[in-house]
Design a protein around this ligand. Structure first.
Ligand SMILES: Nc1ncnc2c1ncn2[C@@H]1O[C@H](COP(=O)(O)OP(=O)(O)OP(=O)(O)O)[C@@H](O)[C@H]1O
Length: 360
């Protein structure tokens, strides 16, 4: 069973929302409704998040990300559609049941750390458990463990203002982890951080994710961040999800010009992996030498370095050593330059091609 499922979700603010949903379902867009004084914040959003996945919702300001997130944790009631959490329809729960699900199974991490200035780091990390009514000794133990996971052991007794922005954000993350919630909802959680600290936090989240296997919905307006973190990414525009897929899907097969314009600034060599660029080996030779090989998840940037050392196509092998494919150097260069056709024929005098290759 999927952990979280959004099923044709709509959120319309303003007059006659039901009527607006009908118009939207027939293909109307935001602008058509705006003249009636109605805002279509989220339009027909459907997706599934599997347990242990990081699902990223990416879009510009106003595209509907926060509204979507607030429907996922039941803070906003959808105008139409359903949210299923572990198969349970959140939209059908009463306020008390919903509060119980929210306080035990779902944790939020916000952009601004929302720490209490007059509570210690430990008390801040234990806050979610305090709300759940967990006794002091138990909640402090769990909060201390969560702080340690987030690299903050030794800071328990400090005050939030003694910590850097990155460390404060880690307290926010520890607070979410301490509650043992299965689902973390992260709203632009790293957007206020300096680029280097932000990257550090992304690494730390990926590391924690590997160890804890939480299910995470992460909102961002930064496509590079989306691609680093997301197992799957939903790209939103004007309330609609315009593309849903892996980072590689989006990079290699953008759904439209809008998505294509976003990916121009993405460092392809860090997102694409050997598995995306390899082709089937032409003969047995791929496995016949002791040259360096790579795994399917090796980023193209690292693959380039190996390709420069190996005098033939680089073999891609799985953990058991079986050859999955090979990556010829020309194909590697093609992917970085967004050119996936085979090289054109050379009309130079015979021998010229060999000359060029030999000189390279
Ligand atoms: N309570 C509300 N009443 C009316 N309109 C709203 C309300 N909340 C959001 N909106 C509108 O819905 C649209 C989507 O807003 P939302 O905040 O979900 O976008 P976002 O992608 O999260 O943007 P940001 O990154 O700036 O937070 C916007 O046009 C916004 O003005």
């Amino acid at each position: 069973m999927s952990r979280l499922q959004a099923d044709h979700l709509y959120k319309v603010f303003g007059r006659r929302p039901g009527e607006a949903v009908e118009k939207l379902a027939r293909g109307a867009d935001r602008d058509e409704l705006r003249s009636d004084g109605t805002t279509a914040a989220v339009i027909d959003a459907s997706f599934v998040v599997e347990p242990g996945q990081i699902f990223v919702v990416m879009g510009l300001s106003g595209s509907g990300k926060s509204t979507l997130l607030r429907m996922l944790n039941g803070l906003l009631e959808p105008t139409a559609g359903r949210v299923l959490f572990d198969g349970e329809d959140l939209t059908a729960l009463g306020p008390r049941e919903l509060r119980a699900v929210r306080s035990t199974k779902i944790s939020m991490v916000f952009q601004h750390f929302a720490l209490f200035p007059h509570r210690s780091v430990l008390e801040n990390a234990a806050y979610g458990l305090e709300v759940q009514g967990v006794p002091r000794a138990a909640r402090e133990k769990r909060a201390a463990e969560a702080l340690e996971l987030c690299g903050l052991a030794g800071w328990e007794k400090s005050w939030p203002d003694e910590l850097s922005g990155g460390m404060q954000q880690r307290v926010g993350l520890a607070r979410a982890l301490a509650t043992d919630a299965d689902l973390l909802l992260m709203d632009e959680s790293f957007s206020a951080l300096d680029p280097l600290i932000r990257r550090d936090m992304q690494d730390q989240l990926l590391e924690l994710q590997k160890r804890l296997g939480k299910t995470i919905v992460f909102i961002t307006h930064d496509l590079n961040e989306a691609m680093r973190l997301g197992d799957r990414i939903a790209v939103m525009r004007d309330g609609r999800i315009v593309q849903l897929g892996t980072a590689e899907d989006i990079l290699l097969r953008p759904a439209d010009d809008y998505v294509a314009s976003f990916i121009q600034d993405v460092d392809r060599s860090r997102v694409l992996t050997a598995a995306a660029v390899m082709i089937a080996p032409e003969d047995e030779a791929a496995d016949a030498c002791g040259c360096e090989t790579v795994g399917p998840d090796t980023p193209v940037a690292d693959l380039c370095a190996v390709a420069a050392r190996v005098p033939h196509p680089v073999a891609v092998k799985d953990a058991q050593g079986a050859v999955l494919g090979v990556v010829p150097q020309s194909r590697l260069i093609g992917f970085i330059g967004d050119e996936q056709r085979p090289p054109m024929a050379c009309d130079a005098a015979p021998g010229r091609q060999e000359e060029v290759t030999a000189g390279a």
